[in-house]
Design a protein around this ligand. Structure first.
Ligand code: GH3
Ligand code: MG
Ligand code: MG
Ligand code: MG
Length: 312
């Protein structure tokens, strides 16, 4: 790849037809070869990827514990540990196992290839390689994973995350605050008298209302907040960095918007709803189940207090 290191104008032009999806995807390049690693980082950055680099397995593990990645590019022959040492670490951690893993190795023995695929590699590219091919393979893998995630982790009706994603992400968030203690709150939301909307106007209007509320909630959240449809007319939101009282203020302001505006419209008719919400701030030693139950209990009390309110 020495020749390729001369990033001439033509190559620059090729890199500029960067696939749109490069934006937002984060790569981790792990290789002990400083020249090759820098080259890869530079090329992928030019395409719009977010790229981090590690020169060995321990450094890679540190980064993986701290940041999130969509794809790992992994060398096999490295010191003090070989690339194989990373497979187990990634594949046995429920929060890391979904990351795409591409092996980029000077070893092209069939045993290495077979072993890597059985250990969970998504692709195996041998050195020397052509950057254009590597980049195309990375693109194709990320695209397929994105489409798959859309199906697996999104609620088809409202477009927000589903229960499966919430169950996964809640673990990620808890691991994160274990390392960097900070407050974090969970909100449980249930639409008031939703059955009567279905019974009065039909299921289709009920669906429009669910979409409208999901939209309203999403519009009032920050990028790091996690909104998911928990069940039929129930939504949950994780607020990282927020105490219970702070979260209560946010939820009350969202509820005020729900009270004012119609949440959905159809053929000139406007539909209004309210909801009841329960909030629980995470505290040390709590299990995920207890955290959810506490906020659900607070929601239930809000229902008993006459609905249309939020409780801590
Ligand atoms: P409460 O204020 O006590 O929560 O009363 P509610 O009527 O909202 O509660 P209930 O649990 O009795 O009713 C929830 C309804 O939500 C029943 C179910 O038919 C409806 N539902 C669940 N999922 C969907 C959906 O995807 N679309 C539509 N249109 N309705 C749904
Ligand atoms: Mg190496
Ligand atoms: Mg309900
Ligand atoms: Mg309800």
């Amino acid at each position: 790849y020495e020749q390729e290191l001369d990033l001439d104008e033509q190559q620059e032009q090729m890199s500029k037809r960067a696939p749109m999806m490069a934006l937002g995807s984060r790569l981790l390049v792990i290789d002990d070869d400083d020249v090759l690693r820098s080259y890869l980082v530079r090329r992928f950055k030019l395409e719009g990827y977010g790229v981090d680099e590690a020169r060995d397995v321990p450094e890679a593990k540190k980064l993986l514990r701290e940041f999130t990645y969509d794809l790992i590019l992994l060398d096999l022959m490295m010191h003090p540990q070989s690339g194989y040492e990373l497979f187990e670490f990634v594949k046995e951690d429920p929060t890391l196992k979904w990351i795409s893993l591409v092996v980029l190795s000077g070893r092209d023995h069939i045993h290495d290839k077979v072993r890597c695929f059985y250990l969970g590699a998504d692709d195996f590219i041998t050195k020397p390689f052509q950057y254009e091919e590597l980049s195309a393979r990375v693109y194709s893998l990320l695209k397929r994973t994105k489409d798959f995630e859309q199906m697996a982790f999104r609620d088809p009706l409202t477009g927000v995350y589903n229960r499966r994603y919430f169950d996964h992400q809640v673990k990620v968030e808890l691991q994160r605050i274990e390392r960097y203690p900070s407050p974090m709150s969970l909100v449980f939301i249930d639409i008031d008298r939703f059955k009567s909307i279905n019974d009065t106007y039909g299921h289709h209007i009920g669906d429009l209302v669910l979409q409208g509320l999901a939209h309203l909630l999403q519009n009032h959240l920050r990028a790091t907040d996690v909104l998911a449809r928990f069940g039929g007319e129930e939504f949950v939101i994780i607020f990282p960095g927020m105490s219970g009282p702070q979260t209560l203020k946010v939820v009350e302001s969202i509820l005020e918007h729900a009270r004012c505006g119609p949440v959905a419209q159809n053929e000139g008719q406007a539909f209004h709803i309210t909801f009841s919400a329960g909030i629980c701030e995470w505290s040390n030693g709590m299990t995920v189940e207890e955290w959810i139950k506490n906020s659900d209990d607070a929601m239930y009390t809000a229902k008993q207090n006459g609905r249309n309110g939020a409780l801590l």
